[in-house]
Write a new protein. Structure first.
Length: 212
């Protein structure tokens, strides 16, 4: 299983490197990577993503799943989104889940699961949709609600995410919360809140792996 914690702690100090164009998987380009967002109090998305990925990794490994992270720490730079997008096939993974948090208008709240659309290969069709549904259902079961500002019933179909476009393994990207919403900022900033997200993501992944 590949977990892809979005962004990286060193990205802000290396904007020339992260800003260079890379293929987007649909014939265009986009920046190698970005800094991500943050809460109004300054808790950065890259730290949230990495912490939740590590917590999810521990739950999955306790269940017997071998996990590969796309970055080993939260002080590096990148990797670029096209490299992240091919991580699943390099690891011969059963699936890939990218972990993010959003930075939308403060009035918006909730999570959404992004899937590549239109699909570019069979894995991006039925299997990725099954993975996204399993993640969505697990997050709902853990008490989190569908996004009020993006997607439809917690699912967002996206052509523009290189990390999904390049995948030939089932892949989904989860925007766990809106970090600019005060109530959700408090949840993502707490260790208990991050553990809740990790437990829900692990539950969704395990549900998918048992019934792909």
């Amino acid at each position: 299983m590949v977990l892809d914690p979005g962004h990286n702690g060193g990205n802000a100090a290396h904007r020339a490197e992260t800003g260079r164009p890379v293929p987007d998987g649909r014939g265009g380009t986009k920046p190698c990577n970005t800094t991500g967002t943050a809460t109004d109090a300054g808790y950065p998305e890259h730290a949230f993503n990495f912490d939740v990925a590590q917590r999810t990794e521990r739950v999955l490994e306790a269940a017997g799943v071998r996990v590969v992270l796309t970055r080993p720490n939260d002080v590096g730079v990148g990797p670029c989104v096209d490299v992240r997008g091919t991580a699943g096939q390099r690891a011969d993974a059963a699936a890939v889940v990218a972990i993010h948090a959003d930075g939308a208008a403060p009035s918006g709240s909730g999570f959404h699961v992004a899937l590549a659309s239109p699909p570019l290969n069979p894995a991006q069709a039925g299997q990725s949709r099954a993975l996204g549904t399993a993640l969505h259902d697990a997050l709902r079961g853990a008490g989190f609600h569908d996004s009020t500002y993006l997607g439809e019933r917690g699912i967002s179909l996206r052509p523009d995410l290189a990390g999904l476009n390049f995948a030939t393994r089932p892949a989904a990207l989860v925007e766990c919360a809106n970090m600019r919403n005060p109530a959700e900022a408090a949840v993502v900033s707490s260790a208990d809140g991050r553990q809740r997200y990790a437990a829900a993501l692990a539950a969704g992944i395990l549900a998918y792996l048992r019934h792909p």
